[in-house]
Design a protein around this ligand. Structure first.
Ligand SMILES: Cc1cc2nc3c(=O)[nH]c(=O)nc-3n(C[C@H](O)[C@H](O)[C@H](O)COP(=O)(O)OP(=O)(O)OC[C@H]3O[C@@H](n4cnc5c(N)ncnc54)[C@H](O)[C@@H]3O)c2cc1C
Length: 388
């Protein structure tokens, strides 16, 4: 980010993160890409360094680092190490599932789950999307039916679920009003559950989905067949699931916006270095007016993104981030990242197309950012609705 955005305490935190990434991520990243999955060692090491559940308060054993600038340092350092899949996996855990527990979990649920979120023993997924329900969550068909003993039986199917194979459980959006799943539900048809894979044979990850990028993170289908959920795992009130999902969206979208800004900055930095070294016609590529004009435009675009994202982070830190503001930041930052990385790839010539080059990996990674967590089109609908 730009000079003056971070304070000394953040830069001290950066040292911890940089050392963690160098020791626990970089040496293993290629192996994780080949395996299409990270090792649990990543989560355990992150836990040991206090990097999971930054926002968890001291009462629950956390550090209470609710200032989102700490989170951004993780994004920046992982982008610097070209380990973008780790960033995605951590965001799902910390910016989607954890906020649901922190905002809507009962005192008992927080006492039971928060330590496991932070010690790496419960790696979580967010399981909203289904084959027939992505943008339109009211089309979710997975249903939970109340048992005589007060618990719930869950049946259904989810797809595109990050950490779906490697993780230990998921925050699941399910219908709980008994409505006909072939029809769209109402606002109060759904509830959220924290569902554990352990001791639940009906909870089965399906096949690993072959993504175009971010290969070191696993993304899968999930199948629920008669999964038993204790009533204690219902988050908040029955029928409020969609409200809760919407309430965690601002943080989820903020995390995508900050990732986008971090990737844009890192790829531009790498490109500046590349064009300075690459020679054509007896000149370095950086000498051509086209290159200099391109780089100037990319730099202005980056600074605009950073300032816009920073204002959104300020709103989050002040407890004032609403859905529309977060949607605007995600829309702007992710679309800018897509365009900027594309332009940087072009400046690499043929090498930009070769996967050994980080710019090619980044190109494949940023393509997700305008889709996941709300497509750009859905974000525009949200923004336009407020305009009237
Ligand atoms: C790699 C990856 C990881 C993911 N991880 C997760 C995860 O961990 N957990 C999870 O729950 N989900 C996850 N998702 C799902 C992701 O959030 C959805 O793919 C996304 O919300 C879009 O839903 P969809 O794929 O069903 O597209 P659709 O909703 O079918 O949309 C198809 C197209 O139609 C457009 N469209 C839809 N409705 C409208 C409208 N009203 N107006 C204008 N245009 C519209 C969309 O913008 C899009 O261009 C992941 C997806 C991917 C690809």
């Amino acid at each position: 980010m730009y000079t003056g955005f971070y304070e000394e305490i953040h830069e001290e935190f950066r040292e911890v993160v940089r050392e963690f990434v160098a020791r626990e991520v970089t040496p293993h990243y290629q192996a994780w890409e080949s395996a299409h999955m990270m090792d649990r060692s990543l989560w355990l090491a992150a836990a040991e360094n206090g990097l999971l559940g930054l926002a968890v308060d001291e009462e629950h054993g956390g550090m209470g680092l609710g200032d989102y600038r700490f989170r951004m340092i993780l994004d920046e350092e992982l982008a610097r190490a070209d380990a973008l899949a780790v960033s995605l996996a951590l965001h799902l855990h910390d910016d989607w599932v954890l906020p649901a527990l922190l905002k809507f979990g009962s005192a008992e649920q927080q006492a039971a789950w928060l330590p496991r979120f932070m010690d790496g023993s419960f790696v979580s997924s967010v399981a909203f999307t289904e084959p027939g329900a992505g943008s339109d969550l009211r089309a979710v068909r997975t249903k939970a039916v109340k048992n005589d003993d007060g618990g719930w039986t869950l049946d259904g199917q989810k797809t595109f679920i990050g950490n779906g194979i490697s993780g230990d459980g998921a925050l699941v959006l399910a219908r709980t009003d008994g409505s006909d799943v072939r029809q769209r539900g109402s606002e109060s048809s759904f509830s959220l559950f924290l569902v554990e894979k352990r001791d639940n044979p009906g909870y089965q990850p399906g096949r690993q989905l072959e993504k175009m990028g971010l290969k070191a993170s696993d993304t899968a289908e999930l199948f629920f067949a008669g999964v038993q959920i204790p009533h204690a795992n219902l988050i908040g009130e029955q029928g409020r699931g969609l409200d809760y999902a919407k309430a965690i969206l601002p943080q989820g979208r903020l995390g995508i916006a900050t990732s986008a800004a971090a990737i844009t900055a890192e790829v531009l930095r790498q490109t500046l270095s590349y064009v300075g070294q690459r020679q054509t016609f007896g000149h370095s590529v950086s000498e051509y007016q086209n290159t200099r004009f391109q780089l100037a435009e990319l730099q202005v675009g980056l600074e605009a993104t950073q300032r816009y994202v920073a204002a959104t982070v300020d709103a989050f830190n002040a407890g004032e981030l609403d859905l529309v503001t977060a949607s605007k930041a995600k829309l702007f930052a992710s679309e800018r990242a897509k365009a900027s990385v594309d332009a940087c790839l072009q400046l690499h010539g043929g090498y930009g197309y070769i996967l050994d080059y980080p710019v090619a990996q980044a190109y494949l990674a940023v393509r997700l950012l305008t889709i996941f967590g709300g497509t750009s089109e859905i974000l525009k609908e949200t923004i336009a609705a407020e305009l009237g």
